[in-house]
Design a protein around this ligand. Structure first.
Ligand code: PLP
Length: 374
């Protein structure tokens, strides 16, 4: 059994993907081919934003968004502590100050009350500009945007939605990657919508920010490529990756997202009496980048992982170390007493196999293996 079965997905979509790749090879339009624009149009339509710009990866997407919002030294950027490193690495790279915020123990996403508390504290200290909030749609579940948007407006701050894991999720029908002033996603192969290498995208309704990010992604170009008006990056999605993503997006829209939700419901139904299963608030829909249980303690986790491994069932720990415990942020001292949920989760979470091609037989094997260790 595979944790995320990309081979099975390829076997299912082989005809479409092979011919998409072959077309790029025949046309030799490897950079900025027509497939890139087509994909951007389809992504914007799917997420319900005016603009979509693809780029080299989800980390670059965050960097381009931060540059568009002019995030810099002396800016406070509020980031959940329980996330993948890139959410905190990118504001740090712009010399901004990361203010880590604890997460909600049920959704794994930024705790809006603790966010406001942290904002008020930074405001009172008066040393940093209240610049932006990087929300993360962890494990596929959109962050609490109804609450976080109110807080952002109240303090005059922008939201960057890190939707690297969130693509496909929604709140009352409104799609993830449309909640930020600028939203980003990743097409890393294991994400809900993945390509066959690195890739990413940025979404916004703001034309000025979109234009600026288009320029930044291609060496700070002005009216044409060899007119350079600012310092930028080389961050594009290859035509090959765009061509691969088109049939994958179609499958995602037509049945993969439904299959993910169907499998998650089966897991929850079977495991909810023995484990703490993922919580999805009413009106929210997850794209199930991960299906993550909370175990009673850390020793159990090691034992359960080994027992499942012996039965050929892979599991993963996302994430074993919250941001405020990372070596690189070791001189960080803000609000440490308030980050206990992130610390506890990092010791207790366990993600089990989740992908749209899991069979009933595989789901049963995972469930019964988990029930024997319980
Ligand atoms: C994967 C991920 C990223 C980075 O995406 P890459 O394409 O690997 O650069 C950023 N944020 C989160 C939350 C992620 O899971």
């Amino acid at each position: 059994m595979q944790f995320i079965d990309l081979q099975k997905q390829y076997r299912t979509l082989k005809k479409e993907i092979d011919s998409a790749i072959q077309n790029v090879l025949s046309d030799a339009n490897f950079i900025s081919g027509a497939q890139v624009k087509q994909l951007e149009n389809e992504l914007a339509a799917y997420c319900g934003t005016k603009y979509c710009l693809t780029c080299a990866n989800g980390t670059d997407a965050l960097t381009l968004a931060l540059r568009a919002l002019d995030v810099k030294e002396n800016d406070a950027v509020f980031v959940p502590s329980f996330t993948f490193f890139a959410s905190a690495e990118t504001p740090a790279l712009e010399d901004a100050t990361c203010i880590f915020v604890d997460v909600d123990e049920r959704t794994f996403n930024m705790d809006s009350q603790k966010l406001e508390k942290a904002i008020m504290q930074v405001k009172q200290e008066g040393k940093l500009n209240l610049k932006c909030i990087i929300t993360v749609d962890l494990f596929g579940l959109p962050a609490n945007y109804p609450e976080i948007r109110k807080i952002a407006d109240k303090y005059g701050m922008k939201i960057i939605e890190d939707g690297a894991q969130g693509f496909g999720g929604s709140i009352n029908g409104k799609k993830a990657c449309s909640f930020g002033d600028i939203s980003t996603t990743s097409f890393f192969p294991a994400k809900p919508l993945g390509c066959y290498g690195d890739g990413g995208a940025i979404f916004t309704d703001n034309k000025d920010d979109y234009d600026l990010m288009c320029s930044l992604a291609v060496h700070g170009k002005g009216s044409f490529k060899y007119d350079n008006v600012r310092i930028g990056y080389n961050s594009r999605l290859d035509t090959l990756q765009a061509a691969i993503l088109l049939p994958k997006l179609k499958a995602f829209r037509e049945y993969e997202l439904k299959a993910r939700n169907f499998i998650a419901r089966k897991y929850t139904e079977a495991l909810k009496d023995s484990f703490v299963t993922p919580f999805v608030p009413s009106g929210f829909e997850s794209s199930w980048a991960q299906y993550t249980l909370i175990l009673p303690n850390e020793t159990d986790r090691t034992v359960i992982q080994q027992t499942l491994k012996d039965k050929g069932i892979p599991t993963m720990v996302y994430y074993p170390k919250p941001m405020h415990k990372q070596t690189v942020f070791s001189d960080y001292s803000f609000n440490l007493q308030d980050l206990k949920t992130s610390e506890r989760l990092s010791n207790h979470v366990l993600s089990i196999p989740m992908h749209p091609y899991l069979t009933d037989e595989e789901i049963d094997r995972v469930v019964s293996a988990l029930k024997t260790v319980k």
